[in-house]
Ligand binder design. Structure first.
Ligand SMILES: NC(=O)c1ccc[n+]([C@@H]2O[C@H](COP(=O)([O-])OP(=O)(O)OC[C@H]3O[C@@H](n4cnc5c(N)ncnc54)[C@H](O)[C@@H]3O)[C@@H](O)[C@H]2O)c1
Length: 249
């Protein structure tokens, strides 16, 4: 799949799934904007992309801050002239019971996981309309489709991403902007490190995964590459679950 001359913004791409998406899309020929809250880490990813012959730019931004989000788009257009693809990947997880989770925790998770998707999409769409085409890929979760205990705010935010994906697909189809989501299962990243450290928890998780392995960031990146490519031009509004079969039972 060829993304030559395409310009992609990947939020939350200093590490984990976002980094794998940035590298995979860069290998396919895209110019990649690596954006996250830590510029040093973003620059390291940019260097990695350059060593494989790619082209990339690091931009620091907190996706819950509308001004910083607008600056990412401005910097992208200044450097690469346009935006073709947005991957709304940045997100946070917090495992707390309803008794322990505070209103501030709830607001923070919704602000980053959900409002971030809204703000970034709102900021890039005018550029995509100018191109007469575009692709938005939102990273949700299996926790947006089924309940996970002690994750009320996270489940709410990820469930909402699945439906805002459908809504944006409907609203933006007239501009040939495809909006889809990817729903990862359990993927080995910093987000799940503590969970997976505990052998008993890992065994319980594996018992729910018919393909019997924890996912890798590259499993999600491969799905993102497909949805970003012209091969997915007739797909919009869907959530592609990449979960080793978790949601089959
Ligand atoms: N790892 C999993 O098992 C799993 C499963 C389902 C969904 N997801 C989703 O995949 C995405 C990536 O997660 P990951 O597993 O790579 O975890 P991660 O913690 O390694 O990556 C998340 C990235 O988002 C960035 N980020 C956090 N808050 C931000 C903000 N306000 N502005 C900009 N960037 C911010 C972090 O700095 C980090 O680089 C998240 O949306 C997550 O909810 C992960």
């Amino acid at each position: 799949m060829d993304l030559k001359n395409k310009v992609v913004i990947v939020t939350g791409s200093r590490r984990g799934i976002g980094k794998a998406i940035a590298l995979t899309l860069a290998k396919a020929g895209a110019n990649v904007v690596v954006s996250d809250i830590n510029l040093d880490d973003c620059n390291k990813v940019v260097e990695e992309i350059k060593t494989i012959g790619g082209n990339a730019l690091a931009v620091k931004a907190d996706i819950s801050n509308p001004e910083e989000v607008k600056d990412v788009v401005k910097s992208t257009v200044k450097r690469f002239g346009k935006v073709d693809i947005l991957v709304n990947n940045a997100g946070i997880y917090m495992q707390k019971s309803l008794t322990d989770v505070t209103e501030q925790d709830f607001d923070k998770i919704l602000d980053i996981n959900l409002k971030g998707v809204f703000l970034c999409s709102k900021a890039v769409v005018p550029e995509m309309i100018k191109q007469g085409k575009g692709k938005i890929i939102n990273i949700t979760s299996i926790a947006g489709q089924v309940g996970f205990a002690n994750s009320s705010a996270y489940c709410a935010s990820k469930g909402a991403i699945i439906n805002i994906t459908r809504e944006l697909a409907l609203e933006l189809a007239q501009y040939k902007i495809n909006v889809n989501a990817i729903g990862p299962g359990v993927i080995e990243t910093a987000m799940t490190k503590d969970l997976l450290k505990d052998e008993a928890t890992k065994e319980t998780l594996l018992a729910n995964i018919p393909l019997n392995r924890i996912g890798k960031p590259e499993d999600i990146a491969n799905a993102a590459l497909f949805l970003a490519s012209n091969n997915a031009d007739y797909i919009t509004g869907i959530t592609l679950f990449v979960d080793g079969g978790w949601l089959t039972h």
